[in-house]
Design a protein around this ligand. Sequence first.
Ligand SMILES: *Cc1c(COP(=O)(O)O)cnc(C)c1O
Length: 397
Amino acid sequence: MTKTTTRKLRPATNLVHAGTLRSGFGETSEALFLTQGFVYPSAEAAEARFKGEEPGFIYSRYANPTTDMFEKRMCALEGAEDARATASGMAAVAAAIICQVKAGDHVLAARAMFGSCRYIIETLLPRYGVDFTLIDGSKIENWQKAVRPNTKVLFLESPTNPTLEVIDIAAVAKVANSVGAKLIVDNVFATPLFQKPLELGAHIVIYSTTKHIDGHGRCLGGIILSDKQWIDENLHEYFRHTGPGLSPFNSWVMLKGLETLTVRVQQQTANAAKIADFLADHPAVTKVLYPGRADHPQADIVAKQMSGGSTLIAFEVKGGKKATFDVENALEIIQISNNLGDSKSLITHPTTTTHKNLTDEARAELGISDGLLRLSVGLEDVNDLIEDLDTALKAAR
Ligand SMILES: *Cc1c(COP(=O)(O)O)cnc(C)c1O
């Protein structure tokens, strides 16, 4: 038997212990249940389990003990009643939206979002008769004006990728409630440590756990968290029958990632804050966007809804695309990659990589200039990172 507590625990403790299921062997580390199915002691037991009269696992497309531990630990961290882990962040976004809309419904979203989310809303949903509106989400009036009686879902990401714009989650949740719609928040950039969308009034939170939650660049994963009623009524059957679930192996990797999430994200954020200040003072840099700085365009909303800055920095260098390429190529420690939240520092040029599919006008609307770079700060010594950036920025001039 394992020791248990009924005390309300703080995040760092929950990240190490919450949701643990121990097998009869009493293993310390969470077991990896790499199994598709489960055996029953009798035909009667199988019948009872399928009827839902007896607890237990049936098939790993529905639920698996290792994945269950990951979901429960995320629920404890997020303050959510229930969750479903998915094979990627995009599987989470797609399932969270599609499971609750039908032809004739309307989806309202902030246009500053991950490119694949735009594909789901702008290209996929209209094929099935679901209408959409994309707005500049930073102004609350835009949400109020665009919401309709048939709006079922409001969707936003905050801070946004790649310009780190911040949206007032509590205010948008009120707009959703005014028409009985559900607000989904993509909370990847804030991490579950620095922003709690459910406490701010959002109904559903999603993550790409590929990012900070794995944190070591190994596995893709995602998760949808909400109240039990929404999951039972909308997601439960959809999830069982369409099969977007996270594999037990990847769930196990994510569980181990969660154990060190607090220390990693705190250190990466401390590194990022120092680097943001260094970049802001650098003569080759024309603009720095960082949610932890007083000069962030929505610093008031950051103060209201976030308890920490970010592990990401967006900055603009003088000289446009050529200069950004020179900087990227001159970096020796910071690697060129479109991933983020990794223990390794990674840099990307959104115009030619993550946001290349947008039109020039759409990029301009989002503030993605040719000189913009997005830096995901890792766990290296911050002085080595600053020296690397300093040398590369000099080389580019
Ligand atoms: C990466 C990312 C996604 C997609 O996640 P995958 O795990 O790559 O499918 C969605 N939203 C945001 C904000 C992301 O950074």
